[in-house]
Write a protein that binds this ligand. Structure first.
Ligand code: GLC
Length: 763
């Protein structure tokens, strides 16, 4: 271990292996500061690995491996709170990761904006944005303090370095802001900054390394990859639930999961059903199961303060709720009215939460949807009373209610968790600062525990709004409330890509947009996009125009059906890619530069992406547009390749191409040397077709061999962990004599679904 004391700071460097090291920076007086609430990294620590060195420079220090610089840091300082944020009294530690002018920065989790992150400040503080956010909005629902830098290495080859700030306190990343910032300025509300440095020749290695540290993404059950349908306000009763279920089947539009938002509850109270509108929920769920649907119920962390409400009474009795500064249960208003909040950082509170969730599982619910878990609170009860009395004073003294008052009122919901006080397992008080960003993560841990107890051999399904590094092990994530606008549809691509780059691959937006009325064309274009996104759920808000796939007449319904069906046709491909992602951490949905790092042009393309390494998608994101300018990358930077148009069978070449994209077409292309396995359409993931098609693009050059990976398992259980799965690779060779197909079996622990295979080569 390298330890070095600079006047006021203690620096420690420890190698975990050749590629990963840990750097801790702490202010001397606070050497013992710990926030051990953050889950530890998963890489076994190999203390003092030789080769890693810290060396001093005139303005900071450099981390080196084998004598070569890996990262250079400057401007180490301690900042008083008021210079950074009036709301937080205490110390902020600050340092700058110095970068070369031509470097690029990616990642940082759930962020809007283009993929290259320079020129903005990003904050890590989980926050409910209410759906109206802009291209520059920050922070959003979840926090992943991990970024990736691409920089020319000293040997002139490209190098990537990932930096994971293993600190859950509020933090800020000021990324290459012109003359004001010539690197990444890292500021953390803590006297300590623990940074994991992950080096790699390729960006994929860095993302892999990050998921080695924070956990590999879960393998979802197959049904989680189907089309999911949801709306706040609907179904409003049992009849409507059955009607929606029948409508999908009657219209031949595939669907796997129906969601029950808070309207299903008795006065928005968790773990209840409104008895008049939803009598006998078990029998309703049974009926939906018989029609091959899965049921997902919403659960908010806020428990209504109401004596006689079983969940509240039991939580009180077990004393599981977060406290306020006066030591009383913290009370805040959310959907159900004034609520209290389980203290998920405590094991006993998690156990209690799991037992509440078990009731839903007993009723037959298949998945749990964790919403409002930033935690999002409209008003803190004491906070609003205090402000109201101050305002009353001001008004009665005829004081001027000026701008500062306006700002204060506007920031109520931003600051309403400030007075939350948690308790550690040892019974010590813990400031909310240390917990805030971890709240949803621990809620997911508790929810998973319920699944583990009730269905130990089944894969759980948890959908979360908020989260922190590591959430990829437990939950799928949707990008929170958005709006039914073209801008939000476009942003949903960047956000999903960005989350994947940040180790969280099972993501997607509210398809069609949450707030506001969707227009027919936008819904159709968004369904097209959703059909290839990792997580595919249509969801919208109360009192907005219905956005069922059939809501706007036959013309749109037919196209929507075609793309939702496409999703199901592509399941063999998508499921294989999810398995690979589960193993490697490399996201299913990838920016072009992840596959074509040597092609400079790919770095400026944010609205196209690849699924796996073989399928390129260029969604139409402009209203009224019937053509799409598509960039098709060059292999190895300059080698022209062919790209097969999924729809027409035409071959296109690397470079910019204008593709016809009338409303019924979202351009999809298959990379040269690759193939896509798919089947005939089905109505839900439980329906299995025995024919497997493989669309191949062997290209026109010398390379005529195509390799197509394929995975299958039972889609439901954890058996794959014991080896009950099939993994192989089709080797398809095209020659003058025809097509030769071989299956190279790599793991033979399950009988895969197909009995017939057809290779489709449009040539
Ligand atoms: C929040 C969620 C949204 C949900 C609504 C009502 O706004 O983000 O998805 O529909 O609450 O529960």
């Amino acid at each position: 271990m390298n330890v070095s004391h600079e006047e006021n700071f203690k620096l420690e460097l420890e190698g975990l292996d050749r590629k990963i090291s840990r750097l801790s920076v702490s202010t001397r007086p606070e050497e013992d500061y710990v926030n051990d609430l953050i889950p530890p990294v998963e890489v076994e620590e190999k203390v003092g690995k030789a080769g890693w060195e810290l060396s001093r420079t005139s303005d900071g220090f450099t981390v080196e491996y084998s004598g070569s610089p890996v990262a250079k840091f400057t401007e180490l300082s301690e900042v008083s709170s008021d210079r950074v944020d009036g709301q937080n009294n205490g110390q902020w530690l600050r340092l700058v990761h110095k970068l070369a002018d031509n470097s690029r920065v990616f990642g940082l989790g759930e962020k809007t904006g283009y993929l290259e992150k320079s020129g903005r400040v990003y904050e890590m503080w989980n926050r409910d944005t209410n759906g109206f956010y802009t291209h520059n909005e920050d922070p959003l629902y979840s926090s992943i303090p991990f970024y990736i830098v691409q920089e020319e290495g000293i040997d002139q080859t490209r190098n990537f370095i990932g930096v994971y700030l293993h600190q859950a306190e509020r933090s800020r990343f000021n990324v290459k802001n012109g003359e004001r910032m010539d690197g990444v300025g890292i500021t953390v509300f803590s006297p300590k900054a623990t940074l994991y440095l992950i080096a790699g020749e390729e960006i994929k290695q860095v993302v892999k390394g990050y998921t080695r540290l924070t956990g590999k993404p879960l393998l979802p059950p197959k049904w989680a990859l189907g089309y999911h349908h949801s709306k706040y306000g609907a179904p409003g009763d049992r009849e409507e639930a059955l009607k929606i279920a029948k409508d999908f089947r009657r219209r031949g539009i595939p669907c796997d999961a129906l969601y029950f938002d808070i309207q299903h509850m008795d006065s928005n109270k968790d773990f209840t059903w409104d008895e008049a509108r939803f009598p006998e929920p078990e029998s309703l769920i049974d009926q939906l199961h018989e029609m091959d649907y899965r049921v997902v119920n919403i659960v908010d962390p806020g428990i209504k303060e109401e004596e006689g409400y079983e969940v509240y009474d039991s939580g009180k009795e077990n004393d599981v709720f977060v406290k306020d500064l006066e030591g009383e249960d913290f009370s805040g208003s959310v959907w159900a009215g004034f609520c209290v909040f389980p203290d998920f950082i405590r094991k006993d509170a998690r156990d209690w939460w799991a037992s509440q969730n078990e009731k839903l599982l007993d009723q037959g619910v298949d998945g749990i949807w964790n919403d409002m878990n930033e935690p999002a609170i409209f008003f803190g009860e004491k906070q609003i009373k205090r402000i109201a009395s101050e305002l009353e004073d001001k008004i009665s003294n005829e004081d001027h209610l000026g701008l500062s008052c306006k700002q204060r009122l506007a920031s109520i919901s931003e600051n309403n968790t400030n007075s939350m006080v948690h308790e550690s397992e040892e019974g010590e008080k813990v400031d909310h600062q240390k917990v805030h960003n971890l709240y949803a993560l621990y809620e997911a841990v508790a929810t998973e525990q319920a699944f583990e107890r009730k269905r130990p051999n089944r894969r759980p399904f948890i959908l979360t709004r908020s989260g922190f590094s590591g959430i990829q092990k437990y939950a799928a994530k949707w990008t929170g409330d958005n709006s039914s606008t073209w801008e939000h549809m476009r942003m949903s691509i960047y956000m999903s890509l960005n989350l994947g780059l940040s180790g969280l691959p099972l993501v997607g937006p509210d398809i069609g947009g949450f707030d506001g009325d969707v227009e027919p064309e936008l819904l159709t274009r968004w369904i097209q996009l959703g059909s290839v996104l990792p997580f595919f759920r249509n969801h919208s808000s109360l009192d907005t125009t219905p956005q069922e796939p059939w809501s706007f007449g036959e013309k749109y319904e037919d196209i929507n059906r075609k793309y939702i069906s496409l999703r199901y046709r592509l399941l063999p491909f998508l499921y294989t890619e999810f398995f690979r992602t589960h193993r490697s951490g490399i996201p299913v949905m990838r920016p072009l530069f992840m596959e074509f790092p040597a092609d400079e042009e790919t770095y400026s393309v944010s609205d196209q992406f690849l699924i796996g390494d073989s399928m390129l998608v260029a969604p139409v994101v402009e209203r009224g547009s019937e053509r799409r300018l598509v960039y098709l990358p060059y292999e190895d930077g300059n080698r022209e390749i062919s790209w097969l148009d999924w729809w027409t069978g035409n071959r296109l070449e690397s470079g910019y191409n204008v593709l016809e994209a009338p409303l019924e077409v979202m351009p999809i292309l298959v990379r040269e040397g690759k193939g896509i396995p798919y089947t005939a359409p089905v109505q839900h993931t439980g329906e299995v077709r025995k024919e497997l098609n493989i669309k191949v693009n062997p290209g026109s050059g010398d390379q005529k061999e195509v390799q197509v990976p394929i995975y299958d398992d039972d889609g439901e259980t954890k058996g794959y962990d014991q080896g009950n799965y099939f993994y192989g690779e089709f080797i398809i060779e095209e020659s003058g004599e025809g097509t030769a197909l071989e299956l190279e079996v790599k793991h033979d622990g399950y009988e895969p679904f197909w009995s017939e295979i057809e290779v489709i080569n449009p040539d």
